[in-house]
Design a protein around this ligand. Structure first.
Ligand code: GMT
Length: 374
């Protein structure tokens, strides 16, 4: 098939899922056209089946706010016509579903251009529920030819919040278990982790919903029992406050802020435990990437995380903000080697048996065929 993909090309779960979906589909012989304002961060620019079309937003003195949504819609229609696209797949409802709807309308007199919208989380739980965006998000969902969401939780929440009546197909996040894999035994030395200490990792876009400062508080508790080092991967508004808190708690020597990293598959296997103390997660991609690398998570029992992690089997889920409970789980994992090995193996098994690309990508292909055939 010839598929146009639009996403936020920045450091965030929805852009990563969209980019990796495009790469996997291209590897399976589809022709993929990324239509975005910048090249997505994890995109392999040399792939022969992948083309990138930049969206430029011409400015004009009258435009106080450059109309990106309209420029995107025009570019989508142009690319769809020029390359005979079969469908558009947009990630994150706002504003991408509205642009796709306009592109479809532009081409309607000449050809059919269906579009699929994938809901990722904050587009529904935060942005879409904002009164000024609510009606337009609802319209974008209702006018989509197909809608997918990354968890049952998000699907339910969308129906509750927006009162939409069409089917929302649940297609969960996926991971390439060949690329994301455990470190070979004895192969874990890294300049990032001093003196072979145990390593904790947090990986996110450092938005308030991630409760990044909880990672620092957990580290401070863990250090009372085990020598450990925390690797903070990513960047965003909560990085500064987290750095300040580390200084205030006197643990700054035990934490490294690595900033945005493109090859997280090389970093994750260095860790012993993945921390995701989020307020809410519609899925929790970083936890899945950790599980594929045999790095069990200590996360919160919210949203789609409960569909990913089986508490006590392949990771741990504790209440939001409960630093004592989360720290205790981390300490257990770091001090009981037999337990760590068992949970790590179960985590890897869950990733392979439920979330591997070879299982999930065909679900998208099947859905595309259904939407195009309708
Ligand atoms: O907050 C983020 O992690 C970014 C956000 C996004 O939309 O870019 O991520 C959401 O989509 C990811 C991929 O589907 C999910 O794994 C994350 O759970 C989800 N984030 C939240 O729900 C907070």
């Amino acid at each position: 098939m010839r598929i146009g993909i639009t996403c936020y090309p920045t450091y965030g779960g929805s852009g990563i899922v969209a980019t990796e979906l495009g790469l996997e589909l291209a590897n399976r012989g589809h022709e993929i056209h990324f239509i975005t304002y910048d090249s997505p961060i994890r995109l392999d620019p040399g792939h022969p089946q992948i083309l990138y079309h930049e969206v430029e937003v011409p400015t004009y003195p009258l435009f106080h706010f450059p109309p990106y949504t309209l420029a995107l819609a025009s570019r989508m229609a142009e690319v769809a016509e020029r390359y005979a696209l079969d469908l558009l797949h947009v990630h994150y409802a706002i504003p991408h579903s509205i642009s796709a709807m306009l592109a479809r309308d532009m081409l309607a007199p000449r050809r059919r251009l269906p579009f699929v919208t994938t809901l990722h989380g904050t587009d529904i739980t935060f942005v879409g529920a904002e009164p000024s965006y609510f009606p337009i998000t609802k319209l974008g969902i209702e006018r989509s030819d197909g809608v997918t969401s990354v968890s049952e939780y998000l699907s339910r929440r969308t129906i509750e919040v927006f009162g939409v009546s069409q089917e929302i197909r649940v297609i969960r996040n996926f991971v390439n278990c060949e690329i994301y894999r455990p470190a070979r035994k004895g192969k874990r030395e890294s300049p990032f982790i001093p003196d072979g200490k145990k390593a904790l990792m947090h990986l996110s876009n450092f938005r308030p919903v991630k409760r990044v400062q909880d990672c620092i508080r957990i580290l401070a508790e863990v250090l009372k029992a085990v020598p450990a080092h925390l690797l903070m991967v990513g960047d965003g508004p909560e990085r500064g406050p987290a750095e300040q808190l580390a200084r205030a708690l006197g643990v700054e020597r035990h934490v490294s802020f690595l900033g945005k990293q493109n090859h997280v598959e090389r970093l994750i296997p260095l860790a012993d435990v993945m921390l995701l103390p989020s307020q809410l997660e519609s899925f929790g991609l970083a936890v899945l990437e950790g599980m594929a690398c045999g790095v069990p998570a200590v996360a919160t029992n919210v949203g789609g995380l409960t569909e990913l992690v089986s508490h006590g089997v392949d990771g741990y889920l504790e209440p939001v903000g409960d630093i004592a409970a989360q720290s205790a789980r981390v300490i257990e994992l770091l001090t009981n080697e037999e337990l760590h090995e068992r949970v790590a193996a179960a985590a890897r098994y869950t990733a392979i048996s439920r979330f591997c690309t070879s299982l999930v990508i065909p679900l998208y292909e099947e859905y595309y065929r259904q939407v195009c055939g309708a």
